[in-house]
Design a binder for this molecule. Structure first.
Ligand SMILES: Cc1cc2nc3c(=O)[nH]c(=O)nc-3n(C[C@H](O)[C@H](O)[C@H](O)COP(=O)(O)O)c2cc1C
Length: 313
């Protein structure tokens, strides 16, 4: 497996956990790292929110290398937010891909794919306030009539961005249709940027295919990792040995979920019961007994009690 670098940051395995708001708690990020992800992203943080709290959430040294993603539009706020995030991040990532209404209304996120002439306004304030490598996450363009990721990436390269993650869909597509990996490959061929390819990876064979055929330098996995951090172990194994390893059995997945819950209790500052139950839901996605377990834990708020139910059902 070849070693990749983003700026001066070494990426040991070409596998990234995608930024996932509401999913990437410290515990989940740690588990994905332990399983073999070479690069971990936080969910996005709005520059307003970072400034209001004057800090970021809990990040641990074991998660490193960690990319913290920020989203924003205002120069002064981005400058200030970057100075705060700089203390925690190995890499600072700028979100240019979010299609959510509230973010677009603030002229942030994927808004810049429609208005690339305004990109400099937000890249420079981040760049001028940190020595950490800066990356960006984009989509292929605004809509199918306006696929501009090659041009946007050339522009980002000129500004000194170290790597770009490309989700192979347009903003208008949101999550519909299939990710277009041929466009990601074009960007890889036409720029000198480190390219992080993203979209619809759910199997180790897909990761190997895109890496070996030079579609990108690193593959990024989002939904395929939710409740399934083991995907990183399986991808790493395939890349290292050329052979597939078995998926975890339902029993093994349950044990992994229990380990996750124990780690959550040790790691997180706050017990967020809604977040815990979301993760349980994702981990038990294909478990025949899922509904029964979810019903039993519906009103529970103690992790030990929840673990007991999972272990005995
Ligand atoms: C629950 C959820 C939360 C997400 N949060 C973010 C985010 O905070 N920042 C971001 O750039 N993309 C976010 N995304 C998009 C993912 O990072 C990724 O680009 C997308 O899911 C496609 O990759 P996948 O097919 O591997 O899931 C989110 C996606 C999901 C499903």
């Amino acid at each position: 497996m070849s070693l990749t670098k983003i700026g001066n940051v070494k990426i040991e395995t070409p596998l990234a956990l995608a930024p996932l708001l509401g999913v990437n708690c410290t515990t989940f990020r740690l588990l994905c790292k332990k399983k073999g992800a070479g690069l971990i992203y936080s969910g996005m943080f709005d520059s307003d929110e970072i400034i209001r709290k004057n800090k970021c959430e809990k990040f641990l040294a074991e998660e490193s290398p960690l990319a913290i993603q920020i989203v924003g539009n205002n120069k002064e706020k981005l400058e200030q937010a970057t100075q705060i995030v700089d203390e925690y991040a190995n890499i600072i990532d700028i979100n240019l891909s979010c299609p959510m209404k509230e973010i677009l209304a603030k002229k942030s996120g994927a808004f810049f794919l429609k208005h690339p002439e305004q990109l400099k306004k937000i890249i420079k304030p981040v760049m001028n306030n940190t020595n950490k490598p800066i990356t960006a996450k984009i989509r292929t363009g605004w809509d199918s009539q306006n696929i501009n990721c090659v041009e946007v990436c050339k522009q980002l390269e000129d500004y000194g961005i170290s790597a770009v993650a490309i989700h192979g869909r347009t903003t208008k597509q949101r999550y519909s249709g299939k990710a277009d990996w041929e466009i990601i490959k074009q960007v890889k061929e036409k720029t000198n940027l480190t390219i992080i390819g993203n979209g619809d990876i759910t199997k180790p064979g897909q990761a190997k295919y895109y890496l070996e055929r030079n579609y990108c330098d690193i593959v990024m996995i989002g939904r395929g990792a939710m409740g399934n951090p083991d995907i990183f172990r399986r991808c790493k194994h395939l890349l290292e040995t050329g052979t597939n390893t078995l998926e975890l059995t339902e029993q093994e997945k349950k044990l992994e979920l229990i380990d996750f819950l124990k780690l959550y209790e040790q790691t997180e500052d706050k017990m967020r019961i809604g977040e815990i139950k979301d993760h349980i839901n994702w981990f038990l996605k294909s478990n025949r007994n899922k509904i029964n377990i979810l019903n039993k834990i519906k009103n529970m708020i103690e992790i030990e009690q929840i673990i007991d139910v999972i272990a005995n059902n």
